[in-house]
Design a binder for this molecule. Structure first.
Ligand code: CO
Length: 134
């Protein structure tokens, strides 16, 4: 069902500092910060030859990554995103198999302008999983 790894997301309190690590220390191609108020994050995209890294910093009072950063003050891996061909078919299959889809269960438009869903970490080896319709 799942296809390519679209991105790995890393939450950080300081996206400028994390950008500098990826750009200057690791020598990667790094975008300018992109504020996404509707998602409660500032995003920086790191482009790698085979996938992307998303650096996320909280934006606003009700950021979805605020709690994660409380528990992980130095930052850390927040989620992985896998591509699927049909997000509704994927959702229905996962629900049928007993997986917990976070929120209303309706896909939302994600950071790349495509429909996404999040799956609860308890069902996926402790990792928050994002599905994106490719
Ligand atoms: Co993501």
């Amino acid at each position: 069902m799942i296809g390519r790894l679209n991105h790995v997301a890393i939450a950080t309190k300081d996206v400028a500092k994390a950008s500098a690590i990826y750009r200057d220390t690791l020598g990667a191609k790094v975008s300018e910060p992109v504020p996404l108020p509707e998602h409660g994050v500032v995003t920086v995209f790191v482009e790698l030859p085979n996938t992307k890294i998303e650096l996320l910093e909280p934006l606003g009072d009700s950021s979805p990554i605020a709690k994660f950063l409380e528990k992980n003050p130095t930052g850390g891996m927040h989620h992985v995103c896998y591509e699927v061909d049909d997000i509704y078919a994927a959702r229905d299959r996962l629900k049928q198999l007993g997986s917990t889809v976070i929120g209303t269960g309706e896909p939302r438009i994600g950071a790349h302008g495509k429909p996404v869903l999040f799956l609860h970490p308890k069902d996926f080896a402790g990792t928050l999983v994002e599905l994106e319709q490719a």
